[in-house]
Write a protein that binds this ligand. Structure first.
Ligand code: KIV
Length: 292
């Protein structure tokens, strides 16, 4: 299943369904979503996985990085998305600062996203200490997605929002991180902004699912940010983004027409207006006049 509604599953997707797709060589479609209507649309369009990404910080909450977003903010968005999904598999990002310090923190936060948010799995960024956090969360019975390459929570230490793995040293470290995350029990790894040949070397060595974003076409699936693919956001988008629609233009046009219609009093028209029976109105006027 890749698009359209005709072959849509009507039961929640499982890890087994996702693994089957990999075995069958069927690309896995993942998209971010942050609210209920978007979740309904993603599900109806037949995507396989929905990510409540901490990119919500940038694209819906107006922060200038993913660092400030809180557990409570992402939990609220996760609950809204959960209520809109019937079949897609739901993954939520654990925000920066909510899982790194200890295994106990990591398990506690992941449990909140599953228990209070309704997530099927959680995603955490980078290798290093994160590998142990991934292991602890998996050990607690929660499926985990790793994330290597450009990991926005660490953008400052990575030198900004730039391609990762362009030197042999960097690429080797990135491949090792992904292998460590798989060994820790991650069922999938997101690979972001990595040269395609490095991704190919990575997936030759990895058996878990790989979901790419700016990592070429060899991964098991692709993910894009909702606002990027639909053309809702403003400003520069990364090289790896393809805009499949220009909704922002359409939204500005619609709101502009609404504003014009209010100003020239063509809205609301009679068809948007409620009436009242003549006798009720007459009675009301009479009462008001008597009460004067
Ligand atoms: O937060 C996010 O949207 C992500 C995707 C870019 C993978 O992590």
């Amino acid at each position: 299943m890749s698009s359209g509604t005709s072959d849509r599953k009507t039961r929640p997707a499982t890890l087994t369904d996702l693994a089957r797709k990999k075995t069958a060589g069927e690309p896995i479609v993942m998209v971010t979503a942050y609210d209920h209507p978007s979740a309904l649309i993603a599900d109806e369009a037949g995507v396989d996985m929905v990510l409540v990404g901490d990119s919500a910080a940038n694209v819906v909450l107006g922060y200038d990085s993913t660092v400030p977003v809180t557990v409570d903010e992402l939990l609220m968005l996760t609950r809204a998305v959960r209520r809109g999904l019937r079949s897609a598999f739901l993954v939520s990002d654990l925000p920066f600062g909510s899982y790194e310090a200890s295994d106990a923190d990591a398990v506690h936060t992941a449990q909140r996203f599953v228990k209070e948010g309704g997530a099927d799995a959680v995603k955490i960024e980078r290798g290093g200490a994160t590998v142990e956090r991934a292991r602890a969360i998996v050990h607690a019975g929660i499926p985990v997605v790793g994330h290597v390459g450009l990991t926005p929570q660490a953008a400052t230490s990575l030198g900004g929002y730039t391609v990762q793995g362009r030197t042999a040293d960097q690429a080797e470290r990135l491949i090792r991180d992904a292998l460590d995350l798989e060994a820790a029990g991650c069922f999938a790894v997101v690979v972001e902004a990595v040269p395609a040949p490095v991704t190919e070397l990575l997936i030759e060595r990895l058996s878990c699912l790989t979901i790419g974003i700016g990592a070429g076409g060899s991964t098991d699936g692709q993910v894009l940010v909702w606002h990027d693919l639909l053309g809702i956001g403003t400003g520069r988008v990364a090289k790896f983004v393809r805009r499949f629609a220009d909704l922002r233009g359409e939204m500005v046009r619609g709101v502009g027409e609404y504003a014009a219609a209010v100003r020239d009093r063509s809205f609301p028209a009679s068809e948007h207006t409620y009436g009242i029976a003549v006798e009720e109105l007459e009675t009301l006027v009479e009462r008001l006049n008597t009460a004067r």
